[in-house]
Ligand binder design. Structure first.
Ligand code: ADP
Ligand code: TRP
Length: 323
């Protein structure tokens, strides 16, 4: 079984990435041939500075390794070390109807917000499909927000296979972590690197405290009963067992529980959960060459896995001389 996923290096990883994706990636690494990559081509629609792009790739690589990604058991590579995906993007894009891409939430949201959109963002799902299909991936573990992109990848694979009459691409299955749907950000919207609403697991304590104290709450007085389907309780619940949650929610409903107390407890739990990973990250950060070696080795291994699919797609489409 081949497992494939990626994270865009458009910012530093946050607890939404961790609970929605990275934790699951680390768990899955023993269960098949796991391939994870840092999507720096995808970052190009957001990050427009060369040094910053490279810095963010290093940060995300350190985050992954600190969270337990083991290069002996999983491949970790930088997307742009495999420019073949760009060729596959063109091959797939040529059989992708405009209408399919026009339905993309990511694209539609930007347009709805009146933000400028470039072709890169419009074609983003095609590049993502190429990332997935290049390995004949069976399972693609991602958060709920990426589900539509996976459906599009399946559509593109099907279309190519149909148009050229050859089963070149295998249809991937999404694998969405149950329990964690979308982690909210401090402002109540989806936590995202694109919004200023993240909580980063490896921030210094002071910065973490500031972010947590800034989580939006209503103005219910301490004595009054509290609603529990709110951002603060959703975030707190990420770090609690079902029994602890039941107990806390009971207290909230009874009244007398202050938001400040919940925030303090959230900070303590967060520091506790990520403490060992933070220590590992600090060690890894002292040896940047080692991380670069992991990525280079990952790219070599990924290329060997992807090459046959690219060759088959070229052959099916009649690109280059016949084999
Ligand atoms: P961001 O929105 O912060 O740029 P990415 O789009 O790079 O994050 O997402 C990387 C992975 O993390 C994806 O699998 C995505 O589903 C997951 N993810 C991102 N944000 C969240 C969130 N708020 N809740 C749950 N999962 C998330
Ligand atoms: N678009 C994904 C995200 O922002 C990252 C990504 C790029 C990805 N290519 C992928 C995830 C292929 C899974 C498979 O999260």
């Amino acid at each position: 079984m081949r497992i494939l996923s990626g994270i865009t290096s458009s910012g530093e990883c946050h607890i939404g990435n961790y609970f929605g994706a990275m934790r699951q990636h680390v768990r899955l690494q023993g269960e098949g041939e796991a391939i994870y990559f840092i999507a720096d081509y995808h970052s190009m629609t957001v990050v427009r500075d060369a040094a910053e792009r490279r810095r963010l790739v290093r940060e995300v690589a350190l985050d992954y390794l600190a969270c337990g990604l083991d290069p002996a058991r999983a491949i970790l590579y930088r997307q742009s070390d495999l420019p073949e995906v760009c060729e596959l993007t063109w091959i797939l894009g040529s059989v992708t109807p405009m209408g399919l891409l026009e339905r993309s939430h990511a694209y539609k949201d930007k347009v709805a917000q009146g933000l400028p959109v470039d072709h890169g963002l419009f074609a983003y799902p095609v590049l993502m499909a190429a990332d997935i299909l290049i390995y004949g991936s069976d399972i693609v573990p991602v958060g709920q927000d990426q589900k539509q992109h996976l459906e599009m990848a399946r559509d593109m694979a099907q279309r190519f296979n149909h148009v050229y009459g050859v089963e070149v691409f295998r249809l991937p299955e999404p694998h969405i972590l149950e329990g964690v749907a979308v982690v909210p950000g401090t402002d109540g919207r989806k936590m995202s690197k694109s919004y200023d609403n993240t909580i980063r697991m490896f921030w210094p304590q002071k910065q973490l405290r500031k972010a947590i104290m800034g989580i939006v709450t209503d103005s219910t007085p301490v004595e009054s009963p509290k609603k529990t389907d709110t951002t603060l309780f959703q975030l707190w619940s990420l770090f609690a067992t079902p029994d602890e949650r039941e107990e806390m929610f009971e207290r909230a409903r009874a009244g007398g529980l202050g938001y400040g107390e919940v925030k303090k407890d959230l900070l303590a739990r967060l520091l506790d959960t990520f403490g060992p990973m933070r220590a590992r990250r600090e060690e890894l950060a002292k040896r940047p060459d080692d991380t670069e070696d992991v990525l280079a080795d990952g790219a070599r291994r990924a290329r060997a896995l992807g090459a046959p699919v690219v060759a088959a797609a070229r052959e099916a489409a009649g690109l280059g001389p016949a084999r």
